[in-house]
Design a binder for this molecule. Structure first.
Ligand code: FPP
Length: 247
């Protein structure tokens, strides 16, 4: 796949719409999540094909605990199962799997599976695929602030905190800023995903429910991204030549 313009280094995706996809077909929400797995695998392959270096997906948020106990239980089991089933395939694709998330509340067996996948793929140099599981950006920033306060008291942080210091305390400390932020399903929200990291991201919202999403949609989002003019707060003054006015 060739793109006319720059390919984003870091793509973040909110994989939204599984529940609506399932309910529209008379299926239960968990059937929608099941259908989301194939979409995710296709998008990972597409990201590799496109030359994306970092792909980060929202698999379970710190707010998702509010869902029904059945759905929460399903998602916990499913995250673990998908990792176990797919880790060798991803390893074969030279993918480095990473976890971004908090430990409190998260099932220990899910944490174990995430750490096993991280270890197995730690030497891979291809795509870095980060699964955000039990992740929320505000609490990530609050955790970082509390850790910085402690480290300041103990003398580990000397002087004042800079943007670089904050970056080092985030769950995504090894990842570059997000270039392209995609959300499926037609909703146009960030939903507490990578707030600090997406300060200058380009946003693309696609009206496709996640189980129907494929690399084709990723490529469409990258095409849109390639056409954007990223200024990072800067500006260039280029007034158009005024047409001579006739009176
Ligand atoms: C959002 O759709 C999706 C999730 C909260 C879970 C994401 C899980 C997958 C894509 C399954 C496969 C992947 C892994 C990593 C296990 P929603 O439930 O909010 O849908 P709705 O907005 O239609 O209700």
């Amino acid at each position: 796949m060739k793109f006319d313009g720059q390919v984003p280094v870091h793509v973040a995706i909110v994989m939204d719409g599984n529940g609506r996809w399932a309910n529209a077909r008379g299926l239960t929400r968990v059937e929608g999540h099941r259908a989301g797995e194939a979409a995710l695998m296709d998008v990972i392959e597409g990201a590799i094909e496109a030359g994306v270096k970092y792909l980060t997906v929202f698999a379970f948020s710190t707010e998702n605990w509010k869902r029904s106990p059945e759905e929460v239980k399903f998602l916990m089991n499913y995250n673990r199962e998908v990792l176990r089933r797919r880790r060798d395939e991803l390893d074969g694709w030279n993918v480095r799997i990473r976890w971004a998330g908090r430990r409190p509340k998260l099932w220990p067996t899910v944490i174990d599976e995430l750490l096993t996948a991280e270890k197995l793929t730690s030497k891979n140099k291809g795509l870095t695929f980060t699964m955000a599981v039990n992740y929320g950006s505000r609490i990530e920033i609050v955790d970082a602030i509390n850790q910085m306060l402690e480290d300041s008291k103990s003398g580990k942080i000397k002087g004042s905190v800079t943007e670089k210091t904050v970056q080092k305390y985030l769950l995504t400390k090894d990842l570059p800023d997000v270039d392209l932020f995609i959300r499926s399903s037609g909703e146009q929200r960030i939903s507490n995903f990578l707030l600090w990291q997406s300060a200058y991201a380009e946003f693309v919202f696609l009206d496709v429910l996640w189980p129907d999403f494929s690399r084709k949609h990723l490529f469409e989002a990258i095409q849109q991204y390639a056409k954007r003019n990223r200024r990072f707060g800067g500006a260039v003054d280029k007034p158009k030549k005024a047409k001579p006015t006739t009176r």
